[in-house]
Design a protein around this ligand. Structure first.
Ligand SMILES: Cc1cc2nc3c(=O)[nH]c(=O)nc-3n(C[C@H](O)[C@H](O)[C@H](O)COP(=O)(O)OP(=O)(O)OC[C@H]3O[C@@H](n4cnc5c(N)ncnc54)[C@H](O)[C@@H]3O)c2cc1C
Ligand SMILES: *[C@@H]1O[C@H](CO)[C@@H](O)[C@H](O)[C@H]1NC(C)=O
Ligand SMILES: *[C@@H]1O[C@H](CO)[C@@H](O)[C@H](O)[C@H]1NC(C)=O
Ligand SMILES: *[C@@H]1O[C@H](CO)[C@@H](O)[C@H](O)[C@H]1NC(C)=O
Length: 538
């Protein structure tokens, strides 16, 4: 392997040890310029197709392309996928799109706001940043949104999304009223919970574009107020903070009066800060000191700010809504710390804070196969949906396998839809909230460089990841599929229920037209082979 040769090893080692400087003097400026160019391109692209009235016309254009593909020789044609380049998507894998027949989906418009029914109709390429900018001044936000401005509403619908509001409403898919989809035969259909295509409706989430091309979505919105009143509750002791999170999220009591937002950041096995937020009007003048404009470039990173309450004790603040929603944006949760260890120092924030975050698209664009192979073995990046009654075990096993903090917890309902669970399985009886039709789960977010890698010890990433996946299967959880998976196909099918999915694939002409879900989401590299080469420290 060239990477570990005698000359390269010390160079890589030096670059690793001084990565903060490399990132500051190369990565950030390049990322900034890259982003400017990208924005200009997107602006041009969107201006050209930015006409909500022509939605039907543009969809018909895509249908035509699928129809043309259908006329090709079925033994020679490639499977269908969207032409969106891999590096633009937030998924961590690099699905080899060149092996597919690529169809451009130029659908960037917000189509219609329905204030009576509280829904908004959008095209799939609208981003979280754009929809919040559009909705918040009108007094709304999506019922389930995301912290990352670059995520697309269609990408979230075909994968999964969850947020700090999900303890009230569940996963992103619960907030979708209808999907408009082009099927493998070129026909255009709309699937809702209770029309003839409800089977398709329930199979589309977690399908990752393997059932059809999404062309529009109806999403639930909720009325908002201009601020979020945040209460920071530091808690010492594992059982105590886990109990606090369960209590506040309503896991013990379906009739509990719920706060609008809940999140916990765990800083060590025994310390966490639980945050509850509620929509609020602007505070009276005497409390203006409590307003925190935390998105400003010179402000401390959010998780660092939150950590200070472990010392300072319980506290409260008012955060402007959009700034609350994008609170993790500048430090990409705590991922940027591993790139720029001094990034939260005041001198850096005041001078260069405005350059953050490095754009995910830039990072992906510049990822060579060599870097990709090395990074997946030296980092962990996982969001996993797990039952909240196992929260202590989740944290213990995460520490045992990855030894990295902070760890993120967002509580989330998983509804029991009976025979309509789609790819998820019914929550188990002990996971259900007593008397309710949902179980309480949580997203466990583990992002960062594992302890052993930091300490330059041996670290077998594949073994650790597979152990985490086994735990996840055993307790009835699911990793988000935008991140790398290390399961065999058999293990994948033990975790996800593909019965409805396979039926829907046959019934709606996806078989032979779109890649299978497993092929779509599994890493494009042979993780088992690559994993073996990078167990030893550099
Ligand atoms: C730093 C980071 C933080 C994150 N934080 C969170 C978080 O807090 N909460 C959370 O829920 N998630 C989080 N995610 C994950 C995020 O939800 C996923 O990356 C999600 O897939 C959205 O990304 P995207 O819009 O780039 O979608 P893509 O990755 O582009 O798309 C997702 C899938 O849908 C398919 N697809 C997209 N558009 C269409 C279409 N029109 N027709 C058919 N198929 C389509 C794609 O082929 C792909 O398989 C995070 C990801 C990152 C990188
Ligand atoms: C609300 O939605 C229903 C069904 O989805 C629809 O029939 C009705 O016209 C909508 N109401 C308004 C005001 O648009
Ligand atoms: C959030 O970060 C992204 C890059 O990841 C950037 O494009 C976007 O402008 C940021 N949004 C805000 C509101 O800071
Ligand atoms: C988690 O770890 C702590 C301390 O190491 C231990 O006391 C506790 O019993 C563990 N909890 C579970 C559920 O395994």
């Amino acid at each position: 392997m060239g990477f570990t040769s005698k000359i390269q090893k010390p160079i890589i080692r030096w670059l690793e040890d001084n990565r903060g400087l490399v990132v500051l003097f190369f990565c950030l400026p390049a990322s900034f310029v890259f982003d400017l160019i990208l924005r200009f391109k997107v602006w041009v692209q969107r201006s050209l197709s930015n006409v909500p009235e022509t939605h039907q016309q543009r969809v018909a254009e895509i249908q035509k392309q699928v129809a043309r593909w259908n006329k090709e020789d079925s033994r020679q044609r490639k499977l269908l996928c969207t032409s969106r380049p891999n590096w633009l998507s937030l998924s961590l894998t690099f699905f080899p799109k060149d092996n597919c027949h690529k169809v451009p989906i130029n659908l960037y418009n917000i189509l219609e706001l329905d204030e009576k029914n509280l829904t908004v109709k959008v095209e799939p390429m609208v981003t979280v940043g754009e929809i919040t900018k559009y909705l918040i001044p009108k007094g709304y936000t999506l019922a389930v949104t995301l912290e990352i401005a670059d995520a697309t509403l269609g990408g979230l619908a075909m994968g999964v999304g969850m947020t700090t509001y999900s303890h009230k409403v569940g996963l992103y898919q619960e907030a979708i009223r209808s999907y408009e989809v082009i099927l493998g035969d070129g026909s255009l259909v709309t699937a809702t919970r209770d029309n003839d295509l409800s089977d398709l409706y329930y199979a589309l989430p977690w399908s990752h574009g393997s059932l059809g091309f999404l062309t529009a979505l109806d999403l639930d919105i909720v009325p908002v107020k201009p601020y979020v009143h945040m209460r920071y509750i530091p808690v010492k002791g594992q059982k105590k903070y886990c109990d606090t999170i369960r209590e506040l999220s309503g896991a013990n009591d379906k009739d509990r009066e719920l706060d609008d937002f809940i999140e916990a950041t765990i800083y060590s096995k025994d310390e966490a800060v639980v945050m509850v937020g509620n929509f609020a009007d602007a505070p009276p003048i005497v409390h203006w000191g409590k307003i925190n404009n935390l998105a400003r470039w010179f402000k401390p990173w959010f998780y660092c700010h939150v950590k200070t309450f472990l010392e300072k004790g319980e506290s409260e603040e008012y955060i402007p809504l959009r700034q609350y929603l994008l609170r993790h944006n500048r430090s990409i949760f705590w991922v940027v710390e591993d790139m720029i260890p001094f990034g939260n120092e005041p001198w850096f924030r005041y001078l260069f804070g405005w350059l953050l975050p490095p754009k995910p698209a830039f990072l992906k664009f510049t990822t060579t196969p060599g870097i990709r192979a090395m990074t997946f073995t030296k980092q962990v990046f996982q969001d996993i949906v797990l039952p909240i009654n196992k929260l202590e075990e989740q944290i213990n096993i995460s520490e045992k396998l990855f030894d990295t903090y902070p760890v993120l917890v967002y509580p989330c309902r998983v509804y029991d839809h009976g025979d309509h669970m789609g790819q998820l399985r019914k929550p188990r009886p002990d996971q259900m909230v007593p008397g309710a039709n949902y179980g309480m789960f949580n997203d466990l977010g583990v992002y960062g460089v594992p302890g052993p890698v930091k300490r330059k010890e041996k670290y077998d990433a594949v073994k650790k990841m597979r152990a985490m996946e086994k735990f996840t299967r055993d307790v009835g959880g699911y990793p988000f599929l935008y991140a790398d998976i290390f399961m065999t196909r058999q293990e994948f099918e033990e975790m996800f229920d593909l019965n409805l999915y396979e039926k829907v694939r046959r019934k709606y002409h996806a078989e032979g037209a779109f890649p299978h879900l497993f092929d779509k989401v599994r890493p494009e590299i042979d993780v088992f082979e690559v994993g073996k080469q990078y167990i030893d420290p550099l």
